[in-house]
Ligand binder design. Structure first.
Ligand SMILES: [Zn+2]
Length: 260
């Protein structure tokens, strides 16, 4: 568990953390329990195969996520990183780390956070704040029973969430995270020859080029780096990292002591 590595973290000059799908909202947030709204509860009983039903559930769930304040999930991590020079990157698109006690300037979510919509096409780079749109969709649904989509004000195509998925990777607009990405790359430049502790939590292989592979590379090339990979199933580490990294075969939720 994380407490077994606290002395390593204390000992490090810099701490780099990657957060993957084992710690996504899908795994951490019990929507069925938390969203007590009767309309949403009814949607849960409806047919999964219906696109509209799935969309409308997502609308409620995303709205719920955007309205969370101070989620408890990363508490243990926050305590361990407190006073440290750290950076946290995530491949999740749920915005959860931004609702934690971690410092906003030390976070990057290159796959999106749920804060924005974009044109499906896209016809322009324009991003639209999601919260208001979601509120409109929910009001309309609860008043009329109709499931609507939002339209791009420029071309009339549907607006979709500004998140990077298998389906949207070629159309994903990257504008929203570029500032945090610049902060991240600058921070990384400072890790050269520093005692760097790398902690990879529950990352899979959806976007391995985001941090799974780069972390391995850093652990390999930085002589003072040490990496810990936590994963229930994808915990393996290559021979070339022997002595520079270790794997913990454990669900990241358990590693962080998250109750479930
Ligand atoms: Zn458009």
């Amino acid at each position: 568990m994380l407490k077994d590595y606290v002395s390593r973290i204390q000992d490090a000059d810099m701490v780099l953390v990657g957060i993957g799908p084992e710690l996504s909202a899908h795994k951490l947030v019990d929507f069925k329990k938390e969203i007590t709204n009767e309309h949403y509860q009814k949607l849960l009983e409806m047919n999964d195969g219906d696109d509209n039903v799935r969309w409308m559930r997502q609308v409620y769930e995303r709205f719920h996520l955007l309205n969370l304040v101070q989620v408890p999930y990363f508490k243990v991590l926050e305590e361990a990183l407190c006073q440290k020079n750290y950076f946290v990157i995530t491949s999740n698109d749920d915005g959860l780390i931004f609702q934690s006690g971690l410092e906003k300037g030390r976070l990057a979510a290159p796959c999106g956070s749920g804060d924005f919509f974009q044109c499906e096409e896209p016809c322009s780079e324009q991003l639209y704040p999601a919260k208001l749109g979601l509120e409109d969709l929910i009001c309309h649904y609860e008043n009329t029973g109709e499931i609507e989509r939002l339209e791009c004000p420029k071309c009339g195509k549907p607006l979709i969430f500004n998140i990077r998925t298998e389906d949207t990777k070629s159309t994903y607009i990257e504008g929203a995270y570029l500032n945090s990405w610049a902060a991240y790359t600058k921070w990384l430049q400072g890790t050269l020859n520093k005692k760097l502790f790398i902690l990879e939590l529950g990352e899979g292989f959806n976007v391995p080029s985001l941090f799974r592979w780069p972390f391995e590379k850093m652990a390999f090339y930085n002589e003072k780096a040490y990496m810990v990979r936590v994963n229930r199933t994808l915990y393996q580490i290559g021979e070339e990292l022997k002595g520079k990294a270790e794997s913990v075969k454990m669900d990241s939720r358990d590693f962080l002591g998250i109750e479930r």
